[in-house]
Design a protein around this ligand. Structure first.
Ligand SMILES: NC(=O)c1ccc[n+]([C@@H]2O[C@H](COP(=O)([O-])OP(=O)(O)OC[C@H]3O[C@@H](n4cnc5c(N)ncnc54)[C@H](O)[C@@H]3O)[C@@H](O)[C@H]2O)c1
Length: 299
């Protein structure tokens, strides 16, 4: 098996001053990448700023013999982060959208600011960085991009309506970018990690925080960013040494006669069939998903 190397590759990692991003940055540096270590250096809840977060990681990469430069902008100014890559290294090959914060509150207590801040950092931030990097990747016919979702987005999580919305939104963004990027050799994937970090230490016992090492997330991210990887459009749950792929499942369902019409009582009568997942389908595109619907129209 060939080594996964990033020699001459320029890798931008957002939120790389702590937790998962820091782990990716150190590993990419060891594997030959020129790393842009972005971090605003604020609190886990999105307040404040501190250059030290990015600086410390840059120093660590350099101490290990790697190349790295710091960027202190918020991801909401993503174009500036990409500009740092261009100014320092002249290109951009990999974007790892990782920066994140939490503003957990049950929905009835949530204020607009909690909603907007989560949207701004996770969704708008990933958009701004990716949108600024995209033309360069298209022009050079090469790119690798990672988005960071969460099990909270896939399954829902009490107290996280804002975060769940943002995290599954990122997967939607990445699925469409995977379609738009494929012909230009830009591969785009999403991970839903679970790891001990300052984000999770508020909700997990310390023993679990210590056991769920960010090092267990990093190998998948490195693999998906490898120039030899053709994987794109995937969503992976990863943590504690486990890596699995997630896909959509849809029941065979029930097709009503559109010429005869149908009402709520008919839906009630067919309910068991509608929600029965025996022999379920796994559509992986809109065309595949729409096939039985179009067929029913014609029948
Ligand atoms: N740790 C987990 O179990 C877990 C689970 C699901 C998803 N995630 C996601 O993984 C990512 C990394 O989280 P982590 O657990 O390593 O947290 P972390 O707090 O250790 O690291 C996140 C980093 O992002 C930076 N950041 C925050 N807002 C920023 C902004 N506007 N601009 C630039 N940088 C900013 C922070 O300063 C911090 O260094 C986040 O997107 C998080 O939502 C983590």
């Amino acid at each position: 098996m060939t080594d996964v190397r990033f020699d001459d590759r320029v890798v931008v990692i957002t939120g790389a001053g702590n937790g998962l991003g820091r782990t990716y940055a150190l590993e990419m540096g060891k594997r030959g990448a020129k790393v842009v270590v972005n971090d605003l250096g604020g609190s886990a809840f999105g307040d404040g700023a501190d250059k030290a977060a990015a600086d410390v990681v840059v120093d660590e990469i350099k101490a290990g013999g790697g190349e790295a430069v710091a960027n202190y902008d918020s991801v909401t100014d993503g174009d500036k982060i990409v500009q740092t890559a261009m100014d320092s290294f002249g290109k951009i090959d990999v974007v790892i959208n990782n920066a994140g914060i939490l503003r957990d509150k049950t929905f009835h207590k949530m204020e607009e600011r909690d909603w907007d801040l989560i949207y701004d950092v996770h969704v708008r931030g990933a958009f701004k960085v990716s949108h600024a990097a995209w033309p360069y990747m298209r022009d050079q016919n090469y790119g690798r991009m990672i988005f960071t979702a969460s099990a909270a987005g896939i399954y829902g999580n009490f107290g996280q309506t804002n975060y769940a919305m943002a995290k599954l939104g990122l997967h939607g963004m990445s699925q469409t970018l995977a379609l738009e990027g494929r012909s230009k050799n830009i591969m785009v994937n999403t991970i839903a990690p679970i790891a001990g970090s300052r984000l999770t230490e508020t909700v997990m016992p310390q023993q679990l925080v210590d056991a769920l090492k960010p090092d267990f997330i990093m190998p998948l991210v490195v693999k998906l960013c490898d120039e030899n990887s053709q994987e794109t459009g995937g969503l992976y749950e990863v943590g504690a040494g486990f890596i699995g792929k997630v896909r959509w499942e849809r029941s065979k369902g029930h097709s009503f006669s559109v010429s005869q019409g149908f009402n709520a009582e008919d839906v009630n009568d067919a309910w068991d069939e509608i929600v029965d997942f025996t022999d379920a389908d796994h559509p992986s595109s809109i065309a595949e998903a729409n096939k039985p619907l179009i067929k029913n129209l014609k029948s």
